[in-house]
Design a protein around this ligand. Structure first.
Ligand SMILES: Cc1cc2nc3c(=O)[nH]c(=O)nc-3n(C[C@H](O)[C@H](O)[C@H](O)COP(=O)(O)OP(=O)(O)OC[C@H]3O[C@@H](n4cnc5c(N)ncnc54)[C@H](O)[C@@H]3O)c2cc1C
Ligand code: SF4
Length: 509
C-alpha cells in the first residue's frame, strides 16, 4: 500500500468538521484516525453517561466524516483491549499507512498535550500541532492580555472580547450602554413559573450499542447510565440549542442564580457538553443569541448574560488554565486537607441542598452553575475539603467536564485555592444565601435560621468558622474584612458555640 500524506488524529473533544486539523487537510490524500481509549475513560472514573455520550458522539462523527469523503480508521474500545492510550493505536496506524507526517489540533488538556509532544521522538515523524481556532482567544493572546496586569479580572477580559467579536456592540459602545447586567440576574425562581426542559434525543442503534458497552466495561463507575437522552450529533445538538433560544433564553438572565427543588435545569441551556466536545460552535451560538435579541425575542440582560458566559468566562478560564499549568492543579491556598465526604457519591445526607445537587448529578451528569459553585463547592470550601480531591470529583461527574474548564472553576472560582488569581473573593456563603436563592431549606432536616446547635444549618457555623480560621488570609480582602469584623462582634459565648458546632459537624462527616 502506498503511504498517505498526513495521518490526522482527531481527539474525542474535536468533533467539529472544520477543526483546524481537518480544514488544513485533503480527504483524497490524508487519513483520519479516531480511537476510543480505556485510559481516557478511566484516568478519573468518569460518569457512565459522560463516557456513553462521548463514545456515541465520536462514532456518529466518524460516520459523518466518511459521508463527507474521508477515510477514517476508527478504533473501538473492544478492539483496543491492550492498547489503552493514544500512542498505541497511533503506532499501528503509522505502521500501516506510513504517513509523511502526523497532524493534530492542539489538545485541550496539559496531560494530553505532553503526550503529543513526545510523538516526534517516538515515531521519528514530523508532528504538526495546529492551534484550536474554535476558541476565540489563543494562548498567546491571553498571555499578552495577562502580562503586566496586577490582577486578572474576567470583566476586563470580557469587554475586550466584546470589542473584538462585535457581539452586542453599538459602534464602540456596549448595547444598552452597560457591559454587564448581572445585578438584574439574581432573582429567586418560583415553582409556578413554566420551566422548559431541554429536548430529549432517544438513543439510536449506534448509541444503544455504546450504552451496552459502557454498562459492560464501566458498570461500576458513578452515575446512572439510563435514561439516556443527550444529543450525539451536531444536528441534534443544534436543535437542542435552538429550542433553548426560543423557550428558555428569555428568562435565562433573570433566574441564572436560582435553584428549585425538582427543577434541575431551570432556564439554563445545558449545552456545555456539546460546546466542549465540538458539536456546537461557541461563536455561532453567541451570534444566534444576538440575532434573537436584535429581533426583540430576548431581553438584553438575558442575551448579555449568556454571551458573557461563553466569550467571557469560558474563554477566560481556558486562558488561566494554560497560563498556570502545570502546577495549578495542586493550588491549596487554605491548606485544606479533609477527605471528600462519601455523600458526594451517594447523596446520602440530611442537607437538602447538597442532596438535590448530588442526586441530579448522579442521574443526569448535570448540575447548573450555582449548584456547583454555591452548594457543593461552597460546602467543600467551608468544610476544608482538599481541593485536589474535589477537582477529581468535578472532573468525573459532569458530562461537560474537561480539565481546562473544570480545574480553574474548581480550584480558582469555587475553592479560592489559587489565592485570588481568578476570583476577587472566596465564594463563601452561609445558609441564608441558599435560602434566598432556592426553596431547598423549607424541606430540610436542618433549620436555616439557626447558627449553632444540632439542628442548625451546617452551612452557618461552618461559614463563620471558615471566616475566623482564615482571618489572616482573607482579612486583607476588603470584601471579606467586613465579615471578619462581624464575627468579632459576636459575643464570646456565640463564638465558642460556632466553633463547637462546626467541630461537631465536621467530626461526624
Ligand atoms: C466547581 C465548578 C466546576 C465546573 N466545571 C465545569 C466543567 O467541567 N465544564 C464546563 O463546561 N463548565 C464547568 N463549570 C462552569 C458551569 O457551571 C457550567 O459550564 C454550566 O453549569 C454548564 O451548564 P449549562 O450548559 O446549562 O450552562 P449555562 O448556564 O446555560 O451557560 C451557558 C454556557 O456558558 C458557559 N459557562 C457558563 N459558566 C461558565 C464558567 N464558569 N466557566 C466556563 N464556561 C462557563 C458554558 O459553556 C455553558 O454551557 C464549572 C463551574 C463550577 C463552579
Ligand atoms: S437549611 Fe442549610 S443544609 Fe438545609 S437546604 Fe438550607 S442551606 Fe442547605
Amino acid at each position: 500500500m502506498t503511504g498517505v500524506r498526513n495521518l490526522i488524529l482527531v481527539l474525542g473533544d474535536q468533533l467539529t468538521p472544520a477543526v483546524s486539523s481537518l480544514s488544513a487537510a485533503d480527504p483524497s490524500r490524508d487519513r483520519v484516525l479516531m480511537a476510543e481509549l480505556h485510559d481516557e475513560a478511566t484516568y478519573v472514573r468518569h460518569h457512565k453517561k459522560k463516557i456513553a455520550f462521548l463514545f456515541s458522539a465520536m462514532r456518529h462523527f466518524a460516520e459523518d466524516l466518511r459521508a463527507r469523503g474521508w477515510s477514517v480508521d476508527y478504533v473501538r474500545l473492544g478492539a483496543a483491549e491492550n492498547r489503552p492510550s493514544f500512542t498505541e493505536p497511533l503506532a499501528d496506524a503509522v505502521a500501516e499507512h506510513r504517513p509523511e507526517r502526523i497532524v493534530v489540533t492542539e489538545a485541550g488538556e496539559w496531560r494530553v498535550s505532553e503526550m503529543i509532544r513526545s510523538w516526534r521522538d517516538i515515531f521519528g515523524l514530523p508532528v504538526d500541532i495546529l492551534p484550536d481556532d474554535r476558541f476565540l482567544c489563543s494562548h498567546g493572546e491571553f498571555a499578552l492580555w495577562a502580562a503586566g496586569r496586577k490582577q486578572l479580572r474576567m470583566e476586563y477580559f470580557y469587554r475586550d472580547m466584546r470589542r473584538r467579536t462585535g457581539l452586542l456592540m453599538e459602534g464602540d459602545q456596549p448595547a444598552g450602554g452597560t457591559w454587564n447586567f448581572d445585578s438584574e440576574n439574581r432573582k429567586p425562581a418560583d415553582p409556578s413559573l413554566f420551566m422548559p426542559r431541554p429536548i430529549g434525543c432517544p438513543p439510536d442503534a449506534i448509541t444503544e450499542e455504546v450504552l451496552a458497552l459502557v454498562e459492560a466495561r464501566f458498570g461500576d463507575h458513578f452515575g446512572d447510565l439510563l435514561p439516556f437522552g443527550l444529543a450525539v450529533t451536531r444536528a441534534d445538538a443544534e436543535a437542542s440549542f435552538a429550542a433553548f433560544v426560543d423557550e428558555a433564553l428569555p428568562k435565562f438572565g433573570d433566574f441564572q442564580d436560582a435553584m428549585l427543588r425538582g427543577e434541575p435545569f431551570l432556564y439554563h441551556s445545558v449545552i456545555a457538553q456539546y460546546l466542549n466536545c465540538g458539536l456546537l460552535d461557541p461563536l455561532r451560538a453567541c451570534r444566534q443569541v444576538e440575532v434573537a435579541y436584535r429581533a426583540g425575542k430576548v431581553p438584553l440582560n438575558a442575551a448579555e448574560g449568556f454571551i458573557r458566559q461563553i466569550i467571557g468566562w469560558r474563554e477566560y478560564v481556558r486562558g488561566i488554565y494554560w497560563l498556570k499549568m502545570p502546577g495549578y492543579e495542586r493550588s491549596n491556598f487554605f491548606s485544606h486537607a479533609r477527605a471528600l465526604p462519601e455523600f458526594y457519591w451517594t447523596a446520602e445526607t440530611d442537607m437538602a441542598c447538597v442532596r438535590a445537587a448530588v442526586t441530579q448529578t448522579k442521574e443526569l451528569a448535570y448540575a447548573h452553575h450555582i449548584q456547583r459553585l454555591m452548594v457543593t463547592g461552597n460546602f467543600a470550601m467551608l468544610a476544608g475539603i482538599d481541593p485536589y480531591a474535589l477537582h477529581e470529583w468535578y472532573l468525573s461527574v459532569y458530562a461537560d467536564a474537561y480539565e481546562w474548564v473544570e480545574l480553574p472553576n474548581t480550584v480558582g472560582m469555587s475553592q479560592f485555592a489559587d489565592g485570588g488569581l481568578l476570583a476577587s473573593k472566596p465564594y463563601a456563603a452561609s445558609g441564608a444565601y441558599i435560602n434566598r436563592m432556592s426553596n431547598y431549606c423549607g424541606s430540610c432536616h436542618y433549620d436555616v435560621k439557626q447558627r449553632t446547635g444540632e439542628r442548625a444549618c451546617p452551612f452557618n457555623a461552618l461559614y463563620w468558622d471558615f471566616i475566623n480560621r482564615n482571618r489572616a488570609k482573607i482579612g486583607g480582602n476588603p470584601r471579606m474584612a467586613q465579615m471578619v469584623r462581624t464575627y468579632d462582634k459576636f459575643a464570646a459565648d456565640e463564638r465558642r458555640r460556632i466553633a463547637e458546632s462546626a467541630a461537631a459537624f465536621l467530626a461526624r462527616l
